[in-house]
Each structure stands twice: as C-alpha cells, then as structure tokens.
Ligand binder design. Structure first.
Ligand code: PLP
Length: 423
C-alpha cells in the first residue's frame, strides 16, 4: 500500500519541500504531511486509511463541509456543459447579482482566481483612484503573496519578517503599523495621511492566530481614511460570508471603499473577487485605465460551486447554527489549564499559554506567548493521533463548518483536555 510517507518522499523530488503551499509541509509541527484520499462532511481520510475530524477545512473555503451534496451536484451539472468559455456566461452574472444585491458596499465587483489576485488588483486600483503610492498595512495581517504585502504578514510567514525577492522599491511603498493602537494610527495619519492611497486590513485578523480588534480601532481607521482621502480596503478573504453573509463589514457596520473576497466565495474552487464603490470600480478595464484580466476568471464550474455555497448561506440560518457550535466549543473548553481559546463565530484559535483561558484577548502578534509556539508541535501530533486534524501551525485558526456535529466538537474537546497536559 502507498503511504503518506511514500508520497511525500516522491513529492520532495518534484516540488520545493514536497508541497504546493508552504504550511502544508508541516514545517511548524514536524513529521510527514497527511496525504488525503477523500473527504466528506467533517471528515478526512488519508491514504493510510486513517480518519480524522477536520478542523482545518482547507483553510476556510468549506463552510458547508467537504463534498456538500448540493455543491457537488452544481459542479457536476456545470462541468457537463463545458468548463471554460473565454466569453461571457450567466453563472458569474448570477453570483455577482447575489452579492451586489445583498451587500450595499459592493456596488460593482470583478471575479479573479484567488485572494492574492483580489488584493493585488484592489491595491493597484486604489493607487490609480487616488494618484498616491503608499499603502498602509498592519503587522500580523496576511493579504496573500503579492510582493507588496509580504511585509510583516501572518500565515506561512508568521514570525518571518519578509520574503526574499521583494525589491527594496516595492517594500518601501508599504508602511506597516501595529494593530490595536489607535493613538499610533492617529499620529501616523497626521504625519503622512495625505500620501496614503489605501489602508488595507483584515477587520478580524485570522492569519496570525485570531486577533479580534476593538470596534473603536476599526472606527478610527475608517474615519482617518475618510479625513485624509485614503481608501479603506477590507480584506475579507477569510471573514467574507463567514462571520456573517456580509462578513466584518456587516458585523462592524463599517463601509469599506473596496473589499476583497476569496475562500468561501468559490466554495472550495479557485475564486476571488474585489469590489466596492462604483466610481472607483469603474476605473477598471475595459471601462477605465486600470488593467486587470484573467484567462480563467469567472470559470463556470467554480462559479457554480460559489453559487451553490452562497445559496446555502444567504438566509442567515447557517450563521446561527455555527454560532451555537462555537458556544458549545467555548463551554467544552472552559478552564483548561494551559490553554486559551479565542473564538469569533466559526473561527477559533487554540493558543497554548500559561493561563486558564481567562484574561483580556490577545489582539496583536506580540501578545502570543512563546510557549504557544514551542508546545504546539507535540500538541498537534497528539491530536492527530487521536483523529483530530487541526491546521498544522500555531498561527493558523481552526474552522467550524455546518457539517460538524456535536459529537465532532466533543471529540475535539476531549482530545484537547486529555492531551494538553502532556504538551
Ligand atoms: C487566504 C487569504 C488571502 C490569500 O488568498 P489566496 O486565495 O490564498 O491567494 C488573502 N487575504 C486573507 C485575509 C486571507 O486569509
């Protein structure tokens, strides 16, 4: 029988680190990546025949769980009709209408193939719209792997200051401020606000652990952007259609000038989108001078998956069920010594610290204790052996889906309660 170990050894000979995205290499936890044979609902099965309850969920897109029957049916039906046309078709129209009809801050949108592409395009557009160069981002926020955003980011870069291959010129156009520091923000805008094309933020940062921001901080950012003529870009690639149908723009009541989506919007297929104010979006080609294009953009199979997924979410009941699951998890994991659970809706982060889950929330990357990183590999592998698949990094958040059952949550909590003391 071919094992994960065999496949990993072969993979190392053909791709850097044996994987096609760095966190998958298990570098943060050690050991051999799990090679998946199949997945359904809340479960993964690996090529060695082991089964896991999955709390990684492909890092976010699968809010309905793996291979959801309605999404599967929509994808099959779409593929029967051909899977790429290079011309207009109606599924992307339907998906765009569904979104723009419900989210008033998305007056126009454009589909792309990933969250990275959405961010890249939104920032180009913001620079064109304002005639300014500089972009402000926040330390610990991840915005994909576009050069200008590989500066004190999160995700696979957590703990790494930068990426090689990013030119000094590009890096100089991105300024970075700490999260959760309203006074710092005000001082910065007073000094340089008129040079800023856009401020981009994950309104609920979820790529360096889960770092909930105070409403006051986000309100200040929105107000300062408006005062100084900078565009506010909400990167909702994780939070869009996750914390509510309208993501954090809906939850906070803040209206961004531009917004980026990814992950859930394609239901697990490669889709991203950027959208926002009509006057700004109409600067995009072919209407305006900002070039942006994609051979496979609005691919009909991916659009079908997105439509089927958002169709299950639009009435809002899924979010109530997900919040119930999240509350159950809170209760199950109350007062576990050495563990802190930070949760917002269906996003959760298990931080291994010295506390009992109490104390004020961690809101900045600096708030993460070193023990959380040092203890994580043993913790991760103990849970893996118990049939629980968490994202393989102390900096990644866990995801609940509508496919997770109460029993799944109990299994997670039981494994955590048993294993935390050993780690
Ligand atoms: C995942 C993510 C991205 C990048 O999306 P890709 O589809 O991986 O390119 C950008 N921003 C945020 C907030 C993300 O979580």
């Amino acid at each position: 029988m071919t094992t994960s170990g065999d496949l990993y050894a072969r993979s190392l000979a053909v791709t850097p680190g044996g994987v096609h995205s760095p966190v998958r290499a298990f570098g943060r936890v050690g050991g051999t990546p799990v090679f998946v044979r199949a997945a359904r609902g809340s479960r993964l099965e690996d090529v060695d025949g082991r089964r896991y309850v999955d709390f990684c969920m492909a890092f976010g897109p699968l809010i309905l769980g793996h291979a959801h029957p309605r999404v599967l049916a929509a994808v099959k039906a779409a593929a029967e009709g051909g899977w790429s046309f290079g011309t207009a078709e109606s599924r992307s129209l339907e998906l765009a209408e569904l979104i723009t009809g419900r989210l008033p801050w998305v007056e126009r949108l454009r589909f792309v193939n990933s969250g990275t592409e959405a961010v890249m395009s939104a920032l180009r557009l913001a620079r064109a719209a304002t005639g300014r160069t500089l972009v402000l981002k926040f330390e610990g926020c991840y915005h994909g792997h576009v050069d200008s955003m590989l500066i004190r980011a999160g995700s696979g870069l957590a703990g790494v200051a930068d990426s090689a291959g990013v030119t000094a010129g590009v890096a100089a156009d991105t300024l970075v401020l700490p999260l959760d520091d309203t006074a710092g923000l005000e001082g910065f805008f007073a000094a340089r606000g008129r040079e800023i094309a856009a401020a981009i933020i994950e309104p609920l940062p979820a790529n360096h652990g889960l770092l909930p921001q105070r409403q006051e901080f986000l309100d200040a950012l929105a107000w300062l952007c408006q005062q100084y003529g900078a565009l506010l870009v909400f990167d909702e690639v994780i939070t869009g259609f996750r914390t509510a149908f309208g993501g954090m723009a809906e939850v906070t009541g803040i209206r961004p000038d531009l917004v980026t989506y990814g992950k859930i919007i394609g239901g697990g297929f490669p889709v991203g989108a950027f959208g926002g104010r009509r006057d700004v979006m109409e600067l995009v080609a072919p209407l305006g001078p900002v070039y942006q294009a994609g051979t496979l953009s609005a691919n009909p199979v991916a659009m079908a998956a997105g439509l089927a997924t958002l169709g299950q979410l639009v009435d809002g009941t899924a979010y109530l069920a997900l919040e119930d699951s999240g509350r159950m998890l809170d209760e199950l994991l109350q007062d576990v010594p050495g563990l802190r659970l930070q949760r917002s809706g269906s996003l959760f982060w298990v931080a291994l610290d010295d506390g009992h889950g109490g104390g004020p929330p961690i809101r900045t990357p600096a708030g993460l204790p070193e023990t959380a990183v040092a203890r994580f590999p043993a913790f991760f592998h103990a849970l893996l052996a118990a049939g629980i698949y968490l994202p393989p990094s102390p900096f990644e958040v866990g995801f609940l889906s509508t496919a997770h059952t109460d029993d799944d949550l109990r299994s997670l909590a039981t494994a955590i309660r048993e294993k935390v003391p050993d780690t």
